[in-house]
Write a protein that binds this ligand. Structure first.
Ligand SMILES: Cc1cc2nc3c(=O)[nH]c(=O)nc-3n(C[C@H](O)[C@H](O)[C@H](O)COP(=O)(O)OP(=O)(O)OC[C@H]3O[C@@H](n4cnc5c(N)ncnc54)[C@H](O)[C@@H]3O)c2cc1C
Ligand SMILES: Cc1cc2nc3c(=O)[nH]c(=O)nc-3n(C[C@H](O)[C@H](O)[C@H](O)COP(=O)(O)O)c2cc1C
Length: 593
């Protein structure tokens, strides 16, 4: 890295009036111009700085850092890193999982690419860095220039929150923005490419023509090799579909078994799979009818040729409209009200939350220029995650999932969830595409401490995998399962299996709670009733797992904390401190959706 100010006094090199002119000019430059000029001057001089850089590379002291959970940001960062090296520049590529906050002081240019996960949380590997960055009150980054590219999904409440956090925190620590942050939605490719192109364009020219050498000497850290991934999913078939709830239940739970080639998915209890679903035929037909386009029109989606009907079925989201879609639809329909809405980022965001795509198609009839225009305006259909419900070993040739039909309201209409209905309606022999999604945040333990497992509904899935693993391994650490559903006679999911494990001492305690049978007894009531046990188990280093519907589990967690505070005789402040310490130790783990 170049030290600044330079070690030699300018007075020894420049006459005073010349230095005054140079200094005056430099003071007026913005960070991108300064960076460019430094390379330009190095190139003019035909020399490179010695230090961290390879010979023949410009001394930009550039670090490209990424925070990524499902690989999108990592892939973008790797491509950008390669492009930088192709241009003959030295750079470092760093996963935020390995970057320490104090190391930032040595970085003069940081390009940071990050996604957001959970409920506005950093990607798993970036959790520590994010926490430490926000706690680092004594570190100043006045010498750093940075730019942030944020990936997210605008259907989440905390859109691109981690990118926002990093951007704001680096500025607060004194670093200088090279460019305004760019927040990308699920169709991130074009915006991300533009951000990368702008970063590359601001790189200074390289001294001499030694770029090829730099490329030859560049070592790009290898990506972990995986048999299947989001980009190369496993194409398998359904073996079995069993309704688990009583037929009377409108939104029932289903047990789905999918065929696996042995060893094709490496998954631990607590991990999930991502499933590529299809939109229902009726929704595809409705969109075709409302746009008056032909199902057979040829289109390209994600660089593959197909018919419009195929693209609408498997590639594009037909439920969630985005602001980009609104902008296109305003143009095609000529509706002034849509144009005004689309111009206002905040207002359109709120409005879109209350409208289904079909509401727009029907309320504002439009002439869509072509099938391809429609495909390009819609956001890509996203895979959905489902927790693995069985213990997968190298010999396992089946994957179990526990799925509930999910309905949701937009405005005053109820809609069926795309992926949950798709999966619950699959029949044996139907094809299904999926990929492994590691969820280390929720890794179930292979250790001796007691575990308290709390689930509502489908939140039971990973615990079934865990109990199978415990039985196979012979684990004997205490295990307490508290599970919630609606009605005992209709919804006791996998009842016989839990009872067998209880009889075989793989489960120490089982507390089912059925909300409709005893409306005043909630999931958290178990802990209020058994506060002494909770207190004892936590004193023995128990780890608490919470899985399933977020609103119910959040409330349950509050009741757990309250019950503990009462049993331990803690003041509310001391109780809050206790729970914060527990969370910091990784002893409260959540998988909420
Ligand atoms: C780690 C993880 C594990 C999971 N494990 C399981 C499991 O084991 N079993 C299980 O059943 N589920 C599980 N889920 C939930 C699952 O991934 C799906 O979220 C759930 O099945 C609903 O998906 P869907 O496609 O049916 O609904 P969607 O079609 O995705 O609809 C759901 C949501 O999309 C949004 N939405 C849709 N349309 C609009 C619109 N027009 N405007 C605004 N918002 C809109 C709404 O917020 C709505 O609530 C898990 C989730 C995660 C993150
Ligand atoms: C379980 C899950 C939770 C997510 N939560 C959010 C969120 O809270 N806010 C957001 O903007 N995006 C959210 N996303 C979207 C991701 O940020 C987006 O898919 C991104 O492209 C992933 O990049 P990565 O593969 O580098 O992790 C979530 C995605 C998943 C799978």
């Amino acid at each position: 890295m170049t030290a600044w100010p330079p070690p030699v006094s300018p007075a020894k090199i420049f006459p005073a009036d010349q230095w005054q002119q140079i200094d005056g000019l430099v003071q007026q430059l913005d960070p991108a111009q300064t960076l460019w000029l430094s390379g330009y001057l190095a190139a003019r001089a035909g020399v490179t700085e010695s230090g961290a850089n390879a010979p023949g590379t410009a001394n930009t002291d550039l670090t490209i850092a990424y925070g990524s959970e499902t690989g999108n940001c990592e892939q973008l960062a790797r491509k950008l890193f390669e492009a930088v090296r192709q241009r003959g520049h030295a750079a470092r590529l760093v996963d935020l999982a390995t970057l320490k906050v104090r190391q930032l002081r040595k970085i003069s240019t940081l390009w940071l690419i990050t996604s957001t996960h959970g409920d506005g949380d950093p990607p798993l590997g970036a959790v520590d860095f994010h926490r430490d960055l926000h706690a680092a009150d004594n570190i100043k980054l006045n010498a750093m220039h940075y730019a942030v590219l944020a990936l997210g999904d605008s259907s989440y409440d905390h859109f691109c929150q981690t990118g926002i956090d990093f951007d704001e925190r680096l500025a607060a620590m004194g670093a200088t923005r090279l460019a305004a942050r760019v927040d990308c939605d699920v169709d991130f490719e074009a915006a991300a490419q533009q951000w990368c192109d702008e970063r590359l364009a601001a790189l200074p020219p390289v001294a001499g023509n030694r770029a090829e050498e730099a490329v030859a000497s560049a070592t790009i850290p290898g990506a972990p090799a995986a048999l299947h991934s989001k980009r190369e999913p496993l194409c398998s078939e359904v073996l079995e579909r069993l309704p688990l709830s009583a037929p009377a239940r409108r939104r029932g739970n289903y047990h789905l078994t999918v065929a696996l080639d042995e060893g094709s998915l490496a998954l631990e209890p607590g991990d999930a799979v991502g499933v590529f679903a299809h939109n229902p035929a009726a929704l595809v037909e409705a969109v075709l009818a409302d746009t008056r386009l032909s199902a057979d029109d040829p289109v390209e989606a994600d660089r593959r040729s197909m018919t419009l009907a195929e693209a609408l079925r498997g590639e594009r989201d037909l439920a969630i409209p985005t602001r980009k879609f609104l902008q296109h639809w305003a143009q095609w329909s000529g509706a002034e009200v849509l144009r005004e809405l689309a111009d206002d980022a905040r207002e359109s965001r709120e409005w879109l939350k209350r409208h289904h795509l079909l509401d727009i198609l029907r309320s504002f009839p439009a002439k869509v220029p072509s099938a391809q225009h429609l495909v390009d305006a819609l956001r890509p259909l996203q895979p959905r995650l489902y927790d693995v419900a069985n213990h997968i070993t190298a010999d396992t040739d089946e994957l179990d999932l526990l799925i509930k039909r999910f309905d949701y309201r937009v405005g005053d209409k109820e809609h069926p969830g795309i992926a949950s209905y798709y999966l619950c309606d699959l029949a044996p022999g139907d094809p299904v595409r999926l990929y492994p999604h590691r969820n280390a945040r929720f890794a179930l333990p292979q250790r001796k401490e007691p575990v308290i497992l709390v689930a509502y509904g489908t939140g039971l899935a990973p615990y079934r995998a865990y109990l199978q693993a415990r039985a196979a391994r012979g684990d004997d650490n205490p295990c307490w399962l508290v599970m919630g559903e609606q009605v005992y006679e209709q919804d006791f999911l996998y009842q016989l299996e839990w009872q067998d494990w209880l009889a075989g001492a793989k489960l120490t305690h089982l507390d089912p709670v059925f909300a409709d049978d005893k409306p005043r007894r909630q999931l958290g009531s178990v802990f209020v009733e058994q506060a002494d046990r909770l207190h004892r188990w936590l004193a023995d280093n128990a780890v608490i797992y919470l899985c399933g519907e977020k609103s119910i589990l959040d409330q349950c967690e509050q009741q757990i904390q309250y019950a503990y505070g009462e049993a331990a005789g803690l003041t509310p402040d001391d109780n809050a401190t206790f729970w914060k310490a527990l969370a910091d130790e990784g002893r409260v783990r959540r998988n909420l959706y």
